[in-house]
Design a protein around this ligand. Structure first.
Ligand code: URA
Length: 456
């Protein structure tokens, strides 16, 4: 076969040929803007067959993209559908994105905290992916909460409350929907340029002033290896800066669940507790660091110490909690959940998992915890699955804690006893108890911005 026998009418008109584009990338050559646009447009309008799109994705996976190609890819993907302009809303608009983890409810804490300090926080979020929980699923555990808003309503909530969290409509970055499905089926997900194009195109579809990234690394993260996380982080920061956003990223550990709660309504309760001033130390540490970066990106303050004081004041004064309450109400939710947790879904069974020996917790495998959470109904194994909002885990002990035989380590919240028992067996294998105390590992590893990376 040669290029001619593989050329269709559209290719003849545009002067581009998918066959030649694939060969070029296969041979390690750089694609130009027109070729990347031809590929993305053809994916969206169905003009390019899946086998050719998949072949190019594999060639990109193996050969990579240079920063020029990646900027073209991201910009063309961003403009493959609707974009939301926030230009008419006063104040600096700062988005926050996490690459996903287990027990990661940081968005619910940093958004009202940053908003209380004068930053506008617009977020387009997603559902659970694999073993990681989804922001939208967690919010939907609040009775009445609407995760889909019209663009006008999205802007109104942002202007009135200072924060808004909403799902993407079908028409925001349609190119990513098509490409992600193909990547998922062709083992081409874990590619730094393809992940960057996918995440950053969705972030850039909102016209914010800056974006703060929380890139997770460790057993429960998408990027297990810290070097890979750093490479992804630097690429996303560079791509965002080229698109005119102020970018700051943190690399944070995701070896054990963040905080004590895993599961939708349990995580909402834990977030409210943090906003009332009584959250677990690890969750507070990551939340304060991310929120401080948001204040810096917005130009509120570049001093970490000053940001810490402002954020503490937003907590102590109750201002952040009040914003969270307003946000729930503005999106149709029952905001009395902030005072009365009984209004949230609650599991019929709460089964403790107890220590089988004396010792110290050396590890709580976040990946296994996340997969077990999906098994008891807190997440989906198939897109069509329905979620049990009440299901999940509440950890009494975390890595580094001492335990005595018979002491509770975690409570399993489940809709039926059989599921709870099955989860107990699996969770037990995910928890390692050793005879001697284990040193605490740092939670926040690096900070990355346009000037490079440094230890946090
Ligand atoms: N999340 C995304 O949105 N895209 C990816 O490619 C990976 C994670």
């Amino acid at each position: 076969m040669n290029a001619d026998t593989n050329t269709n009418t559209k290719e003849k008109l545009s002067g581009c040929s998918m066959y030649e584009i694939i060969s070029k990338k296969r041979d390690g050559k750089a694609l130009d803007r027109e070729e990347i646009k031809f590929f993305i447009d053809g994916c969206v309008d169905g003009g390019i067959p899946d086998y050719q799109a998949a072949a190019l994705l594999m060639a990109i996976y193996l050969r990579g993209l240079n920063s020029r190609e990646l900027s073209f890819l991201t910009e063309i993907m961003t403009n493959s559908g609707d974009t939301i302009s926030l230009a008419g809303i006063p104040g600096k608009k700062i988005d926050k994105h996490s690459t996903g983890g287990v027990g990661d409810k940081v968005s619910f804490i940093v958004s009202p905290l940053a908003a209380a300090c004068g930053v506008k926080v617009p977020m387009l979020s997603g559902r659970g992916l694999g073993h990681t929980g989804g922001t939208l699923d967690k919010l939907e555990s609040i009775p009445g909460f609407r995760v889909f808003l019209q663009p006008g309503e999205f802007k109104q909530v942002l202007a009135d409350v200072g924060m808004v969290i909403c799902g993407q409509t079908e028409n925001i970055v349609p190119a990513d929907k098509k490409l992600y499905a193909l990547r998922d089926a062709t083992a081409t997900i874990s590619s730094v340029p393809l992940i960057t194009g996918s995440i950053m195109s969705k972030k850039l579809a909102l016209t914010t002033d800056g974006i703060v990234l929380d890139v997770k690394t460790g057993v429960g993260a998408f990027m297990r290896d810290t070097e890979d996380a750093l490479s992804l982080c630097k690429t996303m920061v560079e791509t965002g800066e080229k698109a005119g956003r102020r970018m700051i990223a943190l690399i944070t550990r995701m070896d054990q669940p963040l905080g004590r709660a895993v599961g939708n309504s349990l995580e909402i309760i834990e977030s409210i507790e943090v906003l009332k001033g009584s959250g677990p130390a690890d969750l507070l540490e990551v939340s304060f660091a991310v929120a401080a970066c948001m204040l810096e990106a917005a130009g509120v303050t570049g001093s970490y110490g000053k940001a810490g004081e402002m954020l503490q004041d937003a907590l102590d004064s109750g201002k952040a909690l009040e914003i969270f309450r307003k946000f729930i109400k503005a999106q149709g939710g029952e905001n009395r959940v902030c005072e009365n947790y009984e209004l949230l879904p609650r599991a019929g069974f709460q089964v403790p998992l107890t220590a089988d020996r004396d010792g110290y917790i050396a590890a709580i495998d976040a990946l296994e915890v996340g997969l077990t959470a999906v098994e008891i109904g807190a997440g989906r194994s198939k897109k069509e699955d329905t979620i049990d909002f009440a299901a999940g885990f509440l950890f009494e002990k975390k890595t580094g804690d001492a335990v005595k035989k018979g002491e509770n380590i975690v409570f399993i919240h489940a809709g039926d006893i059989e599921r709870a028992k099955k989860a107990e067996k699996r969770l037990r294998r995910a928890i390692t108890i050793v005879p001697r105390a284990v040193p605490a590992a740092p939670l926040i590893l690096f900070r990355v911005d346009k000037d490079g990376h440094r230890s946090f």
